[in-house]
Design a protein around this ligand. Structure first.
Ligand SMILES: [Zn+2]
Length: 307
């Protein structure tokens, strides 16, 4: 059935099933909403729609359930540079041949406007035009306007930049550790750090005590610089939930940890994930289990001992 996408209102095919609804949207891609989320009538701001569409584009096939929606609605918008990076990377996937030209619009050979708005986390056509024309063409010269009209191509400088972007994503050697700052989990923190280092990555933890318990720019930047996030839910800190959601929202894998006796307290929507459970007194096992999980799901890092 063709009707408006429940997130962005663009033309979409919407199928109802017992579990909720499945949507194929030109802007958001393929996703599903649980019954409760589909029935809820959220009034989303334009910024929230932009973030949700962008997140869905980076997590195709996701099913959004209740608690997750609340966290996704709190996602911070990417910076203008990050939006432009996403747009350029996506265009390079759609038009992979160097030198090939492309047009943007609603014709059958055009790159569709709603798709480009979705992948760049832009709010509307005005913002997309700004990213394309003012930012990528005029300012950075990563794209060129071939005819002066609406025919574009990626410049040599653009291809070099795309290459470095991909290398940067691959090369990041840090893992961000999100966990409770409390003496009772300090020994576990040491074990977590060892597991990360044995897998070949550098562990980064930002002391929230110096940050008035706020999710501030330094934490956001720390997550953005890391390849993946290790989240320990012992103590049920709101910051840990936020940081895990933020990492997922920016396409970074999350490894889920919790002390055995606390799993029952973890928010229901998060219990679907495959947690590594640990116990005080068995912390060497935590290190080993974490190292194995990192190597199995992300791969050995650049700092790994060559054994
Ligand atoms: Zn949509």
């Amino acid at each position: 059935m063709n009707e408006g996408c429940p997130i962005c209102r663009e033309l979409a095919s919407v199928e109802t099933s017992a579990a909720g609804i499945k949507v194929t949207c030109i802007r958001c891609g393929d996703f599903a909403l649980s019954e409760v989320v589909a029935a809820s009538n959220h009034q989303l701001t334009q910024r929230q729609v932009a973030n949700l569409s962008g997140w869905l584009r980076e997590h195709p096939g996701s099913t959004i359930v209740t608690g997750q929606l609340d966290r996704l609605l709190e996602l911070q918008s990417p910076t203008i540079g990050e939006k432009a990076d996403r747009l350029l990377l996506h265009i390079s996937q759609l038009v992979p041949k160097p030198g090939a030209v492309f047009t943007v619009g609603s014709g059958s050979s055009d790159l569709p406007i709603p798709l480009l708005i979705g992948v760049s986390w832009a709010q509307d056509l005005d913002e997309l035009s700004f990213l394309l024309a003012d930012y990528l063409i005029d300012e950075l010269k990563l794209l060129s306007n071939v005819t002066g009209g609406g025919v574009f191509k990626i410049t040599p400088k653009g291809w070099a930049y795309i290459h470095s972007l991909k290398q940067g994503l691959i090369r990041s050697e840090t893992a961000f550790v999100a966990m409770w700052f409390n003496k009772t989990v300090d020994p576990a923190h040491t074990a977590i750090e060892a597991g990360i280092e044995n897998a070949g990555y550098k562990a980064v933890r930002i002391d929230r005590h110096h940050h008035n318990n706020k999710i501030d720019d330094e934490i956001i930047a720390g997550i953005r610089r890391s390849k993946f996030l290790v989240a320990d839910f012992t103590g049920q800190r709101g910051g840990v939930y936020f940081e895990a959601g933020f990492a997922l929202g920016t396409g970074r894998p999350v490894i889920w940890l919790c002390r055995n006796d606390e799993l029952k307290n973890v928010h229901f929507d998060n219990r679907q994930y495959n947690f590594i459970l640990w116990e005080d007194g068995k912390l060497a096992e935590l290190s080993k289990a974490l190292q194995n999980r990192i190597e199995a799901t992300i791969g050995r890092g650049p700092l790994a001992a060559s054994a």
